[in-house]
Design a protein around this ligand. Structure first.
Ligand SMILES: Cc1cc2nc3c(=O)[nH]c(=O)nc-3n(C[C@H](O)[C@H](O)[C@H](O)COP(=O)(O)OP(=O)(O)OC[C@H]3O[C@@H](n4cnc5c(N)ncnc54)[C@H](O)[C@@H]3O)c2cc1C
Length: 402
């Protein structure tokens, strides 16, 4: 499965070299466009923790020529397990390994975000040498009927046929297209830590994806890098607002006290966390938006559809954008018409993902245990339903205008 070749190569400016920006730059280059990527930071450093990659994203990585590299550096979880945070009782579990692969043709994988960015960067350098420009911060843009010009903070102006803004939740291009950001603090913060396996008890846990749930909080654990690192995420309600960033360090004692009284495995994981390197991300809610474009500029990734992380689909939705944008731009339509078509295809699906993630917040943090059990019992259907509309979608082959 490959991306279509364009009959009308464009000069494309991509802002941001996260997962959305790099996957789009690779996809558009493979399709025959000339792409330049402008990234604000001067040096790309290892950021973030674990990411789950499901088949809907996996198909795109295959088409970008990096599916095998991604699988090689991932850990495929055997099962999805939901346990009660306090006692550890298993509330539900289902197979995730073989069934996901057999049903969708790509395994569900857990990968370190830094490893995924590394693979993307290698691929970008291979297909478009010299395309990435670091230390280049976009501040805004102007467009005419024929081209678009991006202003950089250092005074430079870059012109092209199309601007793709993949510059994350605080995108200045998003503000220009959509108006001021309307983010509302969800009252939840996510603790993140990556723990070397040798700091944990031997045979700490099998290669499962485990979600521990309880009143007002939940805790997720899964293995990364050949089971040498344990990724943990602890989400807590009722916390005060902090920054919405991968790189905000926070006090380990607060992490510890946020999960006081929970299962010994959770205590073991928190105790083994590097006390100087616990990160806390503030989770904001933004209602889905449907106007992603102007005439020659479009937002993608978190700049277009920021979401709560409960469905593990933010990056997956970003690479779906990369594939669909590339497919619509391969046709004969003029840029504004192609962007309109892209938005018509992508915005409703992205909105469904955002709203589904919002709904999961309820199940993860249910305060009444009886109610929680009822919801979990009913959730087998929910997981099956998710398989049919979310993971089954192949952005490389799905009809563009159903
Ligand atoms: C706790 C947590 C867990 C998650 N787990 C998962 C998961 O399991 N699976 C999944 O699919 N998703 C997950 N996500 C979501 C996923 O991480 C994001 O959706 C994804 O990283 C967004 O990528 P992006 O490229 O759109 O944005 P970003 O990663 O934010 O990249 C934006 C880039 O643009 C650059 N930039 C910003 N402003 C400018 C500017 N003005 N000029 C130039 N460059 C600029 C930034 O430096 C950055 O490099 C999770 C998120 C969180 C918070």
């Amino acid at each position: 499965m490959t991306l279509p070749q364009t009959s009308r190569p464009l000069d494309v400016i991509v802002i941001g070299s996260g997962i959305a920006g790099m996957s789009t730059a690779i996809a558009l280059t493979l399709s025959g466009h000339r792409v330049r990527v402008f990234e604000r930071v001067r040096q790309l450093t290892e950021v973030g923790a674990g990411l789950q990659v499901s088949a809907n994203a996996g198909h795109v990585y295959n088409a970008l020529g990096m599916g095998e590299a991604l699988i090689a550096r991932s850990v495929p979880p055997d099962r999805w397990v939901v346990r009660l945070g306090t006692t550890g009782e298993v509330l539900t579990a289902f197979d995730l390994g073989r069934p996901h692969l057999e049903q969708h043709g790509f395994p569900c994988c857990n990968i370190h975000r830094a490893d995924l960015l590394d693979i993307l960067l290698d691929r970008l350098h291979a297909v478009a040498p010299g395309a990435l420009h670091l230390g280049a911060e976009a501040t805004g843009y102007a467009e005419t009927g024929n081209n678009v010009t991006v202003d950089l903070a250092d005074g430079r102006q870059i012109s092209g046929d199309l601007l793709v803004a993949a510059d994350g939740v605080r995108s200045p291009i998003r503000s220009q297209i959509l108006g001021p950001d309307r983010a509302e603090f969800s009252g939840n913060v996510a603790w993140r830590s990556v723990i070397p396996a040798d700091r944990l008890p031997a045979d700490f846990m099998p290669p499962d994806h485990v979600a521990w749930v309880g009143p007002g909080r939940h805790f997720v654990m899964y293995w990364l890098r050949n089971r040498t690192l344990l990724n943990v995420v602890g989400v807590v309600e009722g916390s005060t607002d902090v920054e919405e960033s991968w790189t905000v360090r926070a006090d380990w004692q607060t992490f510890k006290s946020d999960f006081a009284g929970w299962h010994p495995d959770i205590q073991a994981a928190i105790n083994a966390s590097d006390r100087e390197n616990c990160f806390r991300w503030s989770l904001n809610i933004r209602e889905p938006v449907f106007n992603w474009r102007s005439e020659r500029a479009v937002v993608i990734g978190d700049a277009a559809h920021p979401m709560l992380p409960y469905l593990a689909q933010g990056a997956a939705a970003a690479v779906e954008d990369a594939a669909i944008l590339t497919r619509v731009l391969a046709g004969d339509a003029a840029v504004p018409a192609a962007l309109e078509r892209f938005q018509r295809i992508r915005a409703p699906r992205a909105a469904r993902v955002v709203e589904s993630a919002n709904r999961l917040r309820r199940i993860n943090h249910m305060s009444d245990e009886a109610e929680l059990r009822k919801l979990i019992d009913a959730s087998a259907d929910l997981f099956a339903e998710r398989d049919t509309w979310l993971y089954c979608y192949n952005p490389i082959t799905a009809p563009l205008d159903p």
